[in-house]
Design a protein around this ligand. Structure first.
Ligand SMILES: [Zn+2]
Ligand SMILES: [Zn+2]
Length: 202
């Protein structure tokens, strides 16, 4: 009941603050959805369809990194409905702010799986969706580690992405919208150079 109230408030745009259960559910729900989507196709795998599936999954992963950049730069920082909610994350980076799993799974299914299934068939649609969802799950994990495990020794991969993301949070210059990769910031000219030092960290 409480969870529903919180998620309803999310849907009405007043807050993105989630319950602990809702916040951490992505880390469990997505692996299960990914296993289910992969298993849904496993009986039909031939060498050709397996290769096509893998290619679609790789494309989905790359597509996610671009979506991550575009959604963060445009929707979360410029669009009237979403930017106040993302502003809460910038104001309180350690707050449990995010998108409930049932909303993100539904949106990704409606936007990726269904249209791709209708247009490309199930094998490619399934692979593409697995790639996008894997990317989304990895983004959530990386962003969580960046903020919530800052004082713990984490692999240099995370430390490097943390320094990059801190410049997004605290540099006076807007940029570094990619979280899991720098690539699109370099492509679109929004990378913040290390000369623009972070003024704080968390
Ligand atoms: Zn941001
Ligand atoms: Zn952040």
């Amino acid at each position: 009941m409480v969870k529903w109230r919180i998620e309803l408030r999310w849907a009405t745009g007043n807050t993105m603050q989630l319950s602990k259960l809702s916040y951490y559910s992505d880390f469990v729900v997505y692996p299960l959805v990914l296993i289910a989507l992969t298993a849904a196709n496993i009986n039909h795998v031939t060498w050709t369809s397996g290769t096509e599936w893998l290619g679609a999954a790789m494309s989905g992963l790359v597509l996610w990194t671009l979506a991550e950049y575009v959604l963060h730069r445009i929707a979360l920082h410029r669009m009237a409905y979403f930017s106040p909610m993302h502003g809460q994350h910038h104001a309180a980076p350690l707050a449990l702010i995010g998108t409930p799993s049932w909303i993100s799974v539904s949106v990704l299914s409606l936007v990726i799986l269904v249209p791709a299934w209708l247009g490309l068939g199930f094998n490619l649609a399934d692979g593409l969706t697995v790639g996008v969802m894997l990317g989304y799950w990895w983004y959530g994990l990386v962003h969580h580690v960046i903020h919530h495990h800052a004082n713990k020794s984490s692999p240099s991969y995370f430390n490097e992405l943390r320094a990059w993301h801190m410049r997004h949070h605290y540099s006076p210059k807007g940029g570094n919208f990619g979280v899991t990769t720098h690539v699109w910031d370099h492509v679109f000219g929004t990378a913040i150079s290390v000369r623009h030092k972070a003024v704080a960290s968390s």
